[in-house]
Design a protein around this ligand. Sequence first.
Ligand SMILES: [Zn+2]
Ligand SMILES: [Zn+2]
Length: 287
Amino acid sequence: MRRIRAAVTEAPGAPFTVRDADLEDPRPHEVLVRMTAAGVCHTDLGMRDTWPRHLTPMVFGHEGAGRVEAVGTEVTGVVPGDHVCLTFASCGACEQCAAGHPAYCHAARARNFSGGRGDGTTPLSLDGAPLHAGFFGQSSFATHAVVHERGVVKVPSDLPAAVAAPLGCGGQTGAGTVLNRLRPEPGSSLVVLGAGGVGLSALMAAVAVGCDPVVAVDPVASRRALAIGLGAKAALPPRGRSDGGAARPHRRRRAPCRRDHRPSGDGPPGRRRAAPARRTRPPRPRR
Ligand SMILES: [Zn+2]
Ligand SMILES: [Zn+2]
């Protein structure tokens, strides 16, 4: 057992309150991670507002990254000191997990949204009473988390934690939509609606597999500029939307814009931080 700090939600819709809490040592297949970065996803805020009262107090957070501090006796994939990012929990035993589709795990609800491990226990306690955890298998709005080894992914030690963290939700949601579901042929076109973390991850995946053109649609000029920097041929505001005169389309060149695929990005601007930019070019003038 160790003393940690966590952003606790005391009741549905209540603010995040930083509290001292107690965290169990990892069980045989669990890993203790000291968090060094955590993204805030719209889902954290939406589910905080609608979370069942009987599963409060609760710790949210599901885009965590950090360093492994301790491992259970049966853990083989990581060792203390490893840099990791965290992702959702899955059982590893059902037919979906066995088929390589852990996102459709039959035990997904219990292991990600039951307020604990899925067996009725939670590794956290607050003043001696259960503090619910295990949100998307993580509850990363805390200094430390105990998570199942299946939700821990080792990352290079030189990958900044703030870049690794959003891979646990936004990054894989956007990229996975393109790579695993749409599976576009090289040369096919793709439109991304919403250039936040999810949308820009979809965009980067589409560029990586050779989609052409890739077009982003977003009301925020800075996001459109970022989309261009990440490889979009054009970035447009939604019809009828203007953001202070900056709604002029950003274009690399006139694109034919035949639309073969259209993943939808995330919600309103400001709810999710944009994906990190490796390089950002200023928009080119319209030709
Ligand atoms: Zn999320
Ligand atoms: Zn499963």
